[in-house]
Design a protein around this ligand. Sequence first.
Ligand code: FES
Ligand code: FES
Length: 169
Amino acid sequence: MRVTCTVNGSPAVTSDVWEGESLLFVLRERLGLPGSKNACEQGECGSCTVYLDDVVVCACLVAAGQAEGRDVRTVEGIAVRGDGGAGGALDAVQRAFLDAGAVQCGFCTPGLIVATDDLLRRVPAPDDLTVREALAGNLCRCTGYEKILDAVRLAAARRTGGAPEGGAG
Ligand code: FES
Ligand code: FES
């Protein structure tokens, strides 16, 4: 089977796709985009979160064929889109996760960044309960979530102009 879709703004054609192959496998193993992580492959952890036609999905649960003709955006594509910055510079969410110390092993980070990007596009200044609910499907085994909350607050502040781009405050 051949799958033709748009990935991070560019056309992507993948041939010889097996019927049961996931979108996550195609992204990581065929298109060379390892940002989306494969932790559980069962839709439980959120580490594979990507946009499919601007809706967040677990790429491990999406059959590659379902992406035919559709628009996929991964954590790599958030860098390209973010902030209007050029050249794939990190966007405010990605920088905030680094600056807030919300990355330890990093396995959960790409999915959390996509989920946070989605949240802040819908709710630019969310309260903590809204953040917790929005990120409930993204599991982290390392951080205890407080640093992740800090990162989301920082990203929201930066995107709404409430905090400087360079510092953690
Ligand atoms: S790898 Fe897809 S939800 Fe865990
Ligand atoms: S930083 Fe390790 S799982 Fe979140």
